[in-house]
Write a protein that binds this ligand. Structure first.
Ligand code: NAP
Length: 328
């Protein structure tokens, strides 16, 4: 399988890259990865993506961009990339089923994954009361009591979504003020189902077959209390999904792929966009914007390569220099 543009990841960055590359007649191939639609597809309601007056469901938004790109010829493949060889062009990618895909250019839009609390009980009780997706799992907590950990937009957005189902939603935050946007804070403070435990963290998640409680530790006093709850939703940020590229590209100290401000990585022909790069804005709209940029850069790169190849063919004796691996 070969494509001029292979896009790894199918969140707003990857799907927008697919739309632009498809409209440039490059027939991009999107390798969807573990989470088709990316993190946005697990978000209940997106209220700040321009163009949707009443907001739009995260899954629906991703599905719409996917269909829009497919209309212009984007192809999709449900697979995980497990190996990338960039020592030659075309680049060679290997999937989890040992298939080989070759690519003239690569757009990395692998996004980020929810950060785990790293406390006892979290891994053992995952999917048994511990969830990182309120949209997916909220329904299972009808009439229950849950905690949401974190004070950012995700914690409040997803926590407020949970109040559709639960009797009580307790936000446990390590400080005494929230990071979330004021509009979400106002909604949370006004919601009778929402309670806050400030200056505290979850030190342990307890339960045998399923979650039965958490141990809450006050970070100022050091005191702990047992809280009986049925569910725990950690929303404490994300970790970029860049592991596949750690020996290939430059990553910063937190694992984000380093680009030159134009989505170009240090390897010519490899571009990166969205949450795997962006540790500042992390919005669906900024990811989509970067996906657009990456597709345009890939298009220009391919045109430049074609131009150089033609020049080489026309004047074989003349030395024509094309960007070498590792330099632009
Ligand atoms: P975030 O903004 O980084 O917030 C993470 C929260 O978790 C912070 O309150 C942080 O506390 C807390 N935290 C971090 N590490 C912790 C730990 N080890 N233990 C306990 N608490 C910890 O992440 P996010 O909420 O997932 O949002 C990510 C991005 O998506 C943001 O740019 C956000 O604006 C965007 N987003 C937007 C919307 C929306 O616009 N509606 C919805 C969801 C997400 P501190 O505050 O003390 O640092």
């Amino acid at each position: 399988m070969h494509s001029q543009v292979v896009i790894i990841g199918s969140g707003p960055a990857g799907l927008t890259a697919a739309l632009y590359a498809a409209r440039a007649s490059l027939e991009p191939l999107v390798v969807r990865g573990l989470q088709p639609g990316g993190l946005i597809a697990t978000t209940s309601e997106v209220e700040n993506y321009p163009g949707f007056v009443d907001g739009i469901g995260g899954y629906e938004l991703a599905e719409n961009i996917e269909k829009q790109a497919a209309r212009f010829g984007a192809q999709y493949k449900d697979a995980l990339i497990t190996k990338v060889d960039v020592s030659q062009r075309p680049f060679v990618l290997t999937t989890d089923t040992d298939e080989t895909i070759t690519a003239d250019t690569l757009i990395i839009s692998t996004g980020a994954s929810p950060r785990h609390l790293g406390v006892p009980g979290e891994e053992q009780l995952a999917n048994r009361g511990v969830s990182y997706c309120a949209t997916c799992d909220g329904f299972f907590f009808r009439g229950k009591k849950v905690v949401v950990v974190g004070g950012g937009n995700s914690a409040l957005d997803e926590g407020l979504f949970l109040t559709r189902y639960v009797d009580e939603m307790i936000v446990i935050h390590r400080r005494d003020s929230l990071r979330a946007d004021p509009v979400l804070q106002e909604r949370a403070f006004a919601n009778p189902k929402v309670r806050f435990i400030w200056d505290s963290t979850v030190a342990e998640i307890t339960g045998d077959e399923k979650v039965s409680g958490v141990v809450v530790k006050n970070l100022k006093t050091g005191e702990t209390q047992d809280l009986a709850v049925d569910g725990v939703f950690p929303y404490i940020g994300h970790i970029p999904n860049s592991g596949l590229f750690k020996d290939i590209l430059d990553l910063d100290e937190n694992g984000y792929i380093v680009t030159d401000g134009r989505t170009r990585t240090k390897v010519p022909g490899i571009f990166a966009a969205g949450d795997v790069v962006d540790h500042i804005y992390r919005q669906a709209i900024t990811a989509a914007g970067e996906g657009c940029q990456a597709a345009m850069e890939a298009t220009w790169f391919l045109a430049e390569q074609e131009h150089l190849a033609k020049k080489q063919a026309a004047a074989p004796a003349e030395e024509v220099v094309s960007p070498a691996l590792g330099q632009w």
